[in-house]
Design a protein around this ligand. Structure first.
Ligand code: WT7
Length: 653
């Protein structure tokens, strides 16, 4: 099937953009009309960024799985929906057609129902990257249960917090998972997470590694036993639950500038339309292409571009269980050749780490199936961009640099492959429907930075200056977050109060004279480590839990592979300590509280932290020291005790 709303050239892009600004409701309803709805909307959009309250496709009814599975199971039943590549190259890959996917999702949806899961219930999913993860997610969506996927790298305590925050009543997990040469004891970690009281009544365990696990009677049940019950009952059909467009589809936790991760809430109708629209347009997806997004489904990229975007387009989506560097650093390229991948979507951190291994692992790979390659997660440096473009895309594949966030649901600013110009290290232009602006420090829109205004002025920017500011969005789009689960005020404070009337992204941005945006990174206390978003406050909380630690301050520093590394300044109660032993303990504490992804790269013990008279830590100074910039520390006169700076600078590691 081809899509009427696929943009085919630059002039169509400009036209679509203009239309989306002048008549957003007409623009989005024309796109939404091509989906399957049980009932169409009464109004396209109701919004108020002050409250905030955002509703798309008001009173429309649908089920996203009918759009992602049933319609393709009917029209192209034998098309492969999911191609799965195991961690171990020797293990056979699996492929699941749309017909089979419908069967599997319905059968497992019946398992969920049989275990008491109802519409609106929250289901926590902590699974390895295997087809059953996708089946579990879609089965939730089928019956209107809200999925909350937790990335496999999070610790027991992080899982417990997320389970409690959303009061999940059921958990999907596996005995273990493979990642490169390692095995992750998922069930064991889950057992620790569930040791204290939670609302969880059932844990369904998929057998993946065969490692022996303890099964708590009455609570823990085997996935295969539950399937067998459905087989015995011949229970293979499951009518999709009718959902309101604004019903919650899922919750996904992400870090902010405070200590506690927040549950970003995305809803059924708008998210479906938006992920589909962006998938088709950014990657210029053509029927029968093989799409491979290397992200983990524990992050938003996996939700939107392994599952919902590609499946809603009837595409073949690839899921890879392993890691790029195992058994060797040619694995990604081997997967591309093996499955004849046409569109590859990965992260700058992966590109940089593979680039560091040189060209040997690439040399014997064909990579001739590739047509479009993309990146996401953090700013891509020019060197990595060129390496990707030259050696993976062989200079013939457009590179899409896609900027977006968990909160945006889908891609916001990106070139469209082969359609709009690509510029190394620039995400370039907003997608139709997206109206970015740059703000100055006084909360005023910087003249010439408003994409919508520029578009309406016929593509001519009204200034020829280079602009920098904080990136905000001034008009709603269907995929955006509606609230943070259980705490609407937090959503308002976090995203809608820094610049009243605007959604604030937390990112700094630069715009060139042609209106292209280049995202420079977070301007809040959020780090982006290997494409993983982690709040400095979260890491500090974890470090402070370690006995003996009085106080800590965490900042980011440029890291060649990870993009940003984690630098912790720690005040310890005892004067002379065995620093290496103390470091090990602190790393242990962080791993326990958050997970391995938040481990500090550097820990410096200090006697004091640079604080203002009001007690605020001056992170600007710490950041500079961590970056190795020890000369121009800026104004330190407002510090309570300027001498600590000297000491910290001298002790830099
Ligand atoms: C933050 C969002 C979007 C899915 C993966 C991350 C940074 C993301 C880019 C890009 C520059 C980027 C931003 C953003 N970011 N993509 N193409 N260029 N920066 O989702 O964990 O919600 O993180 O990642 O800083 O705010 P996330």
């Amino acid at each position: 099937m081809s899509f009427s709303y696929q943009i085919k050239d630059l002039s169509q892009y400009k036209e679509a953009y203009k239309k989306s600004v002048e008549d957003p409701e007409g623009f989005w309803s024309a796109i939404a009309n091509e989906f399957i709805w049980r009932k169409k909307w009464d109004r396209v959009l109701e919004w108020n960024f002050k409250k905030p309250e955002i509703k798309w496709f008001v009173n429309a009814k649908l089920n996203i799985t009918e759009n992602c599975i049933d319609r393709w199971a009917e029209t192209q039943p034998n098309t492969i929906a999911l191609l799965w590549e195991a961690n171990d190259p020797a293990e056979p890959s699996r492929s699941i057609t749309y017909r089979k996917l419908l069967f599997e999702v319905c059968r497992f949806a019946n398992v969920l129902k049989n275990n008491g899961v109802k519409k609106g219930d929250r289901v926590c999913i902590y699974m390895p990257m295997i087809p059953e993860l996708m089946i579990g997610i879609l089965a939730c969506a089928r019956i209107g249960a809200i999925h909350s996927v937790v990335f496999g790298g999070f610790s027991a305590q992080s899982i417990r917090d997320r389970i409690n925050d959303a009061s999940c009543s059921l958990v999907l997990t596996a005995d273990g998972g493979y990642r490169g040469a390692k095995q992750i004891p998922l069930k064991e970690i889950m057992d620790v997470a569930l040791r204290d009281d939670t609302a969880v009544k059932k844990v369904i365990v998929f057998k993946r590694t065969g490692v022996s696990v303890s099964m708590q009677p009455g609570r823990d049940i085997w996935w295969h036993d539950e399937l067998k019950k459905m087989d015995d009952l011949q229970s293979f059909e499951c009518t999709a639950e009718t959902m309101d467009a604004e019903d919650i589809l899922f919750i996904l936790y992400t870090s902010g500038s405070t200590g506690k991760p927040k549950g970003v809430v995305l809803t059924c109708g708008g998210y479906m339309v938006y992920t589909n629209y962006t998938f088709i347009n950014v990657f210029q997806y053509k029927p029968r292409q093989i799409f491979f997004c290397t992200a983990d489904i524990g992050w938003i990229t996996g939700h939107s571009y392994i599952i919902y975007g590609p499946l809603s387009a009837g595409a073949t989506t690839t899921m890879f269980e392993g890691i790029p560097t195992w058994p060797d650093s040619g694995r990604f390229w081997e997967v591309v050749d093996k499955h004849k991948v046409n569109i590859l979507y990965t992260a700058p951190t992966a590109i940089r780490s593979l680039m560091a291994h040189g060209l040997d692992p690439v040399k014997d790979k064909k990579l001739d199936s590739l047509q479009v390659i993309g990146t996401v997660g953090e700013p891509i440096n020019e060197e990595a961009w060129h390496w990707y473009h030259d050696h993976i895309g062989k200079k013939k594949c457009p590179v899409v640099d896609t900027w977006w966030q968990t909160e945006t649901g889908g891609i916001m600013i990106s070139n469209l492959a082969g359609i709009t110009p690509q510029i190394p290290s620039f995400a370039t232009l907003p997608l139709p429907g997206i109206q970015p602006v740059l703000m100055d420090e006084n909360g005023k829109i910087i003249r010439g930075s408003d994409a919508a205004e520029n578009a309406l002025a016929n593509g001519k920017k009204d200034t020829s200056e280079l602009l920098t500011g904080n990136l905000c969005i001034k008009f709603p789009w269907p995929g955006m977050l509606r609230t943070t689960y259980g705490d609407h005020e937090r959503c308002r404070l976090n995203y809608f109060t820094s610049y009243p009337g605007f959604y604030f992204t937390g990112d700094g941005c630069f715009m060139d004279t042609n209106g292209n945006y280049r995202i420079t990174g977070r301007v809040d206390d959020v780090l982006n480590v290997s494409g993983h978003r982690i709040g400095t406050a979260e890491i500090e909380n974890a470090i402070d839990m370690e006995p003996g630690v009085i106080e800590s301050a965490v900042v980011g520093f440029p890291h060649e592979i990870k993009g940003q590394g984690i630098y912790a300044f720690v005040i310890h109660a005892e004067g002379k300590i065995d620093e290496d032993a103390a470091r090990k303990k602190i790393i242990g504490a962080v791993t326990l509280v958050i997970g391995v992804i938040a481990k500090p790269d550097k820990i410096q013990f200090v006697a004091g932290l640079p604080k203002t008279r009001s007690g605020k830590i001056m992170r600007r100074i710490l950041r500079k020291i961590a970056e190795g910039e020890t000369e121009n520390l800026g104004d330190t006169s407002t510090l309570l005790d300027p001498s600590v700076v000297e000491e910290i600078r001298n002790g830099k590691i």
